[in-house]
Design a protein around this ligand. Structure first.
Ligand code: F6P
Length: 366
């Protein structure tokens, strides 16, 4: 009988509750004990009431709740060794040797580092007489599995992250609302969407709403983009379009890595095309609210797979990240996926934009 814990970490995303529910119920259905760690890594470090054994009923109705009901926090302590020592002690005390983390690349990196350090952490706890050798004995390895929860859809080696399609749906709905008022006044709207270093939300919402122009970090526009953008918009207007929608990803940059701000794009439209222009920054509305059906399904199927991965883990095998590849739930090496994801940000920083795009699409080659 295993004791398997689940936690959510980093920015919340719609569908995280569905993932927690699936982990808890799958673990119980397979005859194991299920635990939730509240408030992300902070709960692991502080222990006590923040580590709670869960029953079947405890997660009733969670599929249709937004945010994360078990909380999330950015833990400064877990980034330090003393914090990870406290976390290891709390897991041993509670008898937990399987940990499922649902979060973005930063949270999953933290999880794998913890697994790697595990034997050393146990040794230090024994030397410090915080736990006994006998207590540590059954916990020689810590099994970790990663679930990717992020609205940004920014993780390599998976087609979708939990929450991305919900956020996309919310953005499309907001743009539909804006369309109505924009067309009424024949206005232009610059709509700023989230996505930190990733343009997925901007591209997909642009395609889904028929936007006139899109700015994303991975593919900055070439020199003289202002004229190109204005020419396109002027053409659309000539064809009878009564409104203009430009979508700007929050991390949009030009080829010199200078941010392309919504205010600057607005100024160009006003100065060159004399369009009555407004800026709407959608902000956290994109992240809250309930999950769309796709994210509920993804979270449920991946939650089941994460528990299976923990239960079937072979000693010393690398931690898996639960992915979706061409509509199939798959397992990918967590460390590789995180490395490839970080590679995209690196490539952008080095102005290697073609490489950034290739890495975004790349599959881990087994
Ligand atoms: O990673 C998810 C995300 O929503 C990004 O799109 C955004 O840049 C960031 O989190 C915002 O973070 P916070 O909620 O801490 O302001």
């Amino acid at each position: 009988r295993r004791k398997i814990a689940v936690m959510t970490s980093g920015g919340d995303s719609p569908g995280m509750n569905g993932a927690v529910r699936a982990v808890v119920r799958t673990a119980i259905a397979m005859g194991h004990d299920a635990y939730c760690i509240y408030e992300g890594y902070e709960g692991l470090v502080q222990g006590g009431d923040l580590i709670k054994k869960m029953g079947w009923e405890d997660v009733r109705g969670w599929l249709s709740e937004g945010g994360t009901l078990i909380g999330t926090a950015r833990s400064a302590a877990f980034r330090q060794r003393y914090g990870r020592l406290a976390a290891a002690k709390n897991l041993v005390i509670n008898g937990i040797d399987g940990l499922i983390v649902c979060g973005g690349d930063g949270s999953l990196t933290g999880a794998d580092l913890f697994r790697e350090e595990w034997p050393g952490l146990l040794e230090e706890l024994i030397n410090n007489e915080e736990i006994t050798k006998e207590q540590a004995e059954p916990f020689q390895t810590l099994n970790i599995a990663g679930l990717v929860g992020s609205i940004d859809n920014d993780m390599s080696c998976t087609d979708a992250t939990i929450g991305a399609y919900s956020s996309l749906a919310r953005i499309c709905q907001a743009v539909d609302y804006i369309d109505a008022t924009a067309a009424s006044h024949q206005r232009a709207f610059i709509i700023e969407v989230m996505g930190r270093h990733c343009g997925w939300l901007a591209v997909m919402s642009g395609v889904s709403t028929g936007a006139d122009y899109i700015f994303i970090p991975e593919k900055p526009p070439g020199e003289g983009w202002e004229k190109q953008m204005c020419d396109i918009i002027a053409r659309h207007r000539k064809l009878g379009k009564r409104k203009t929608i430009v979508i700007v990803a929050e991390g949009a940059i030009d080829r010199d890595l200078k941010p392309i701000t919504s205010e600057y794009v607005k100024k160009v439209l006003v100065d060159v095309l004399k369009l009555d222009t407004r800026v709407t920054c959608l902000g956290h509305v994109q992240r809250g609210g309930t999950a769309v059906a796709y994210d509920r399904m993804l979270a449920s199927l991946q939650g089941v797979e994460a528990v299976r991965a923990i239960v079937n883990a072979k000693p010393g095998s690398p931690s898996p990240m639960i992915a979706i590849t061409e509509n199939k739930i798959t397992r990918k090496p967590l460390v590789e996926a995180v490395r490839m994801t970080k590679g995209v940000a690196e490539a952008i920083k080095n102005k290697e934009f073609d490489r950034a795009m290739k890495l975004r699409d790349a599959e881990f080659d087994e």
